[in-house]
Design a protein around this ligand. Structure first.
Ligand code: PLP
Length: 364
């Protein structure tokens, strides 16, 4: 990929472009929605993995950061973050020294209790780390991934937490990612269903504990209910096809990241090949089978990827010529960022900065 130059026209491709004004607007808008509802924001950094973005989220008013892994949390420390929630099932005592070192550098470290058996392992991790941790009990509200299915399991977890000198119950969380598949007209009703489920499990254990749902589709709706204390959206400050086209929770014009690519061949009418494939876009596609799409009004989509090629089809594909350079909005932004070392920050056609993807590959 190219080094930053003064203008986009000087760049070689493929390269990931980040619109500075749009990303800062998206950060501010989510923060304002949370502030207006009296809800705290703990954005999930799994989408951006960048200290530069975390810094802006914290400066805008985010109370803490959510991370998927210990490695992500470690990579975010230079942002000045003081509160982190690792929303993953920690089970291995070998991580104890890293966990202790992380806790030492924070005012608050929260971890997840995702089942009674996992909590038994977590108790041992905390014991080995000799550090005090707040524990968020995970509730499955329909995704079918981690989290208790029944209140009885939550009560077992709460008892294990109470018996541990290192652990303290800090609330109940869920990731309601299944709502990406909900019809936009049904989102409000589904949010209430998710909350009812989360609150029912919480109430069976301790009605005074806070509720922490987390998803970019639902974050503003959740905050507005007045029933939650924290939201943890991740993808909202960038956007993608999932948020702007499928779920329609943000306009396409607010999507802040685009992949800049070149048309490298036109092997037959109705088909153009570009210089970016699954190593740039990943293998994630929209429910309509689209890996990325143009947003300049032309009907052109990436409908297939090999490692180094993207296949463009659509009504307007024959308007493209070899050497044309185009911007594409990806289907799912999280893996796209994890596949690049840095993004180029733009203002209009100017390249104004280059931000490192600090937690790239930090899946440890
Ligand atoms: C536990 C957890 N919290 C929050 C999020 C953020 O949700 P979104 O990707 O909708 O922004 C995710 C995303 O996968 C997640 O797994």
């Amino acid at each position: 990929m190219a080094a930053p130059t003064a203008t986009i026209s000087g760049l070689t491709t493929p390269v990931v472009l980040l619109d500075r004004v749009k990303v800062e607007n998206n950060i501010r808008t989510m923060q304002l929605a949370c502030d207006a509802a009296g809800v705290k924001l703990w954005p999930h950094i799994k989408t951006h993995k960048m200290v530069e973005v975390a810094r802006r989220q914290l400066a805008a008013g985010a109370e803490g950061l959510t991370c998927a892994k210990l490695g992500e949390a470690e990579a975010m420390l230079p942002s000045g973050v003081k509160r982190i929630f690792i929303a993953h099932s920690l089970v291995d005592t070998r991580i104890a020294p890293r966990l202790a070192a992380l806790a030492d550098q924070l005012a608050e470290l929260r971890v997840a209790a995702t089942s009674p058996a996992q909590t038994e392992a977590l108790v041992k991790v905390a014991q080995a780390a000799e550090c005090n941790l707040k524990v968020m009990i995970a509730v499955d509200t329909g995704l079918g991934r981690e989290g208790v299915r029944y209140a009885t399991e939550a009560n077992k977890i709460a008892a294990l937490i109470k018996a541990s000198p290192h652990l303290e119950l800090g609330g109940f969380y869920t990731h309601e990612g299944q709502l990406y598949a909900a019809d936009p007209g049904e989102q409000q009703a589904k949010v209430v269903e998710v909350l009812d489920r989360l609150a029912a499990v919480r109430d069976a254990v301790d009605p005074k504990q806070p509720l922490w749902p987390g998803c970019s589709v639902t974050a503003k709706l959740m905050a507005a209910t007045g029933r939650v204390q924290v939201v943890r959206p991740g993808a909202y400050m960038f956007g993608d096809i999932a948020l702007a086209v499928t779920s329609r929770v943000m306009p396409v014009s607010d999507v802040a990241v685009q992949v800049f690519v070149t048309v490298v061949d036109r092997p037959e009418p109705g088909l153009a090949l570009i210089d970016a494939g699954s190593k740039v876009f990943s293998s994630d596609k929209s429910p309509k089978g689209v890996f990325a799409m143009m947003v300049d009004g032309r009907d052109i989509q990436v409908v297939r990827v090999n490692e180094e090629h993207g296949y463009l089809r659509g009504r307007d594909v024959d308007t493209l010529r070899i050497g044309d350079r185009i911007k594409l909005m990806p289907a799912h932004i999280c893996p796209v960022i994890n596949l690049t070392d840095y993004v180029l920050v733009t203002e209009g056609d100017q390249v104004v900065d280059r931000w490192r993807v600090d937690a790239r590959g930090r899946v440890d």
